[in-house]
Design a protein around this ligand. Structure first.
Ligand code: NAD
Length: 216
């Protein structure tokens, strides 16, 4: 397994006999090409790297928009394009979308929501790698496992941002029928199912993993 993240510190705990790590920026095409070479004949691709930007829609700048799209949409698309055809037959791809792509529970993640609407990507993938069994275009949205939200999570880290995120998460929990966010282990279990032979007859699917928040 190869784990790639721009945050080398977070990667260190993954490094081991069965996991190589690469601290690198996936918005860099040269990094993606290196990862694709490494993935030749591999089994699976899971695109989880991403950022969220919490900012009122009228304050968003072009730079903000590009920063979010470049990792959440562009990097995901081109990693699928480069690696998809190089996976073994029966291999699988899982991309992480978000409930925000379907449901505006907050108006402060507009750029993020747009970056997570992977429908065009899925359709392209199904044509790009039809021989991929379950995975191609299979978003765990959260199939895109459209995670309602998990603890912690991508992006802004300042104290104010954290307080604001906690308030947002609490407000959103009230909207989630199960009344809570998904635990990382729960998200991992869904991703593993989507990679496994148990889901071999599934492809091109968006899975709502939102505690009942999104059911369309
Ligand atoms: N946590 C949630 O509430 C939630 C909800 C829905 C969807 N998601 C999606 O799930 C995925 C994982 O999110 P998480 O909650 O684990 O967040 P996280 O911040 O823990 O993980 C995201 C990782 O992406 C890495 N990353 C960011 N930019 C990168 C770049 N340019 N190159 C390489 N790595 C980069 C970060 O360093 C971080 O380790 C993300 O795509 C996120 O959008 C999360």
């Amino acid at each position: 397994m190869l784990a790639v993240d721009v945050n080398g510190v977070g990667l260190a705990e993954l490094k081991g006999e069965h996991c190589r790590t690469l601290a690198a920026d996936l918005t860099d095409p040269a990094v993606r090409a290196k990862v694709a070479d490494w993935a030749e004949g591999g089994d699976y691709l899971v695109n989880s790297a991403g950022i969220v930007m919490i900012k009122p829609i009228f304050e968003l700048t072009v730079e903000d928009w590009r920063r979010v799209q470049t990792i959440n949409a562009e990097a995901t698309f081109f990693l699928c394009q480069k690696i998809g055809p190089r996976l073994r037959p029966g291999g699988a791809i899982v991309n992480l979308s978000s409930s925000s792509a379907k449901l505006a529970t907050t108006i402060e993640v507009a750029a993020y929501a747009a970056s997570k609407d992977h429908d065009p990507l899925d359709h392209a993938l199904l044509r790009l790698c039809p021989r991929l069994a379950s995975g191609a275009g299979q978003r765990d949205s959260a199939g895109h496992c459209r995670y309602a939200h998990a603890r912690g999570g991508a992006g802004d880290r300042g104290a104010d941002a954290r307080r604001h995120r906690r308030r947002m998460a609490a407000a959103r929990n009230k909207l989630v029928p199960l009344g809570r966010g998904a635990a990382p282990d729960e998200c991992a279990a869904l991703i593993w199912f989507l990679l496994s032979d148990e889901s071999a007859y599934m492809t091109g699917q968006a899975i709502n993993f939102t505690g009942g928040l999104v059911n369309w």
